[in-house]
Design a protein around this ligand. Structure first.
Ligand code: FPP
Length: 238
């Protein structure tokens, strides 16, 4: 976690695609399409800012409850995104990571995300981390189940479970010291976490902006990063 003004891990809740579309009398899908295009713009800008990890909340475990047509459109977006942008991701040495429950995805979506991860596995630049079919409570419960199973098998002593060993069982474990975001941005004016990274955001700075995700641009990003640089993170100390 960064103690200086530099954001190393940025997390974004990309909210407001539906309202962006509605404002223009367009179907909700048009908002999601524009939202996907905006990932390219903002990922580029983050890379240019030297951000090491960009985590994007793209589909939550609760989003399955949306109309079937919308869910199936959202499921097609990773296929579309990687088909179009893989050359640029490679050129920029970006490593793709997916956080969530990939086995529950439609076959074509799962194939696209697995392939994107495999093709960029050796890249050493910015990590573009999609939370896709992700839910933080489910993630925490999985971690508890794994630790409980290890304790029941006599492999660990329950009294020795600490924050570090717990973090090792979360989906961000492979990010190492970058696991916890420095800054969380949520677009669209809503101010809640919606089951996103509940553990990892414990000491993060929050930035809410009243702008729909498809409209969130490089200048907004710059403003958010500047706001972060001016905050004083104390991590519970004085
Ligand atoms: C929230 O807006 C946005 C989503 C649920 C989907 C976000 C997904 C993308 C931007 C594209 C994902 C692309 C890839 C490559 C994984 P909302 O629909 O809840 O907006 P509303 O609150 O205005 O209705």
């Amino acid at each position: 976690m960064s103690q200086t003004g530099q954001v190393r891990h940025l997390a974004i809740i990309m909210d407001g695609n539906g309202r962006w579309a509605k404002k223009r009398h367009l179907p909700r899908m048009a908002g999601h399409k524009q939202g996907m295009e905006n990932i390219r713009r903002i990922a580029r800008a983050c890379d240019d800012h030297g951000i090491k990890v960009l985590t994007l909340y793209a589909f939550s475990t609760e989003n399955w409850a949306r109309p079937k047509k919308e869910v199936s459109y959202l499921m097609s977006l990773p296929v579309n995104f990687f088909n179009h942008y893989m050359p640029e991701l490679q050129e920029r040495n970006v490593k793709v990571k997916i956080m969530g429950y990939p086995d529950k995805l439609p076959a074509a979506t799962e194939k696209a995300v697995q392939r994107a991860m495999a093709e960029t596995a050796d890249n050493t630049g910015m990590i573009l981390n999609f939370a896709f079919n992700y839910g933080s409570r489910a993630e925490i419960i999985s971690a508890c189940q794994e630790l409980a199973a290890e304790a029941a098998a006599g492999k660990i002593d329950p009294a020795e479970i600490d924050e570090q060993s717990f973090s090792q069982h979360l989906m961000t474990a492979d990010l190492g010291e970058l696991a916890d975001p420095d800054l969380l941005i949520r677009t669209s004016g809503e101010e809640r976490l919606s089951n996103f990274l509940l553990w990892q955001l414990a000491y993060s700075e929050f930035y809410f902006i009243d702008r729909f995700w498809p409209d969130f641009d490089e200048d907004d990003l710059q403003t958010a990063l500047t706001a972060f640089a001016n905050r004083h993170r104390r991590f519970g100390k004085i």
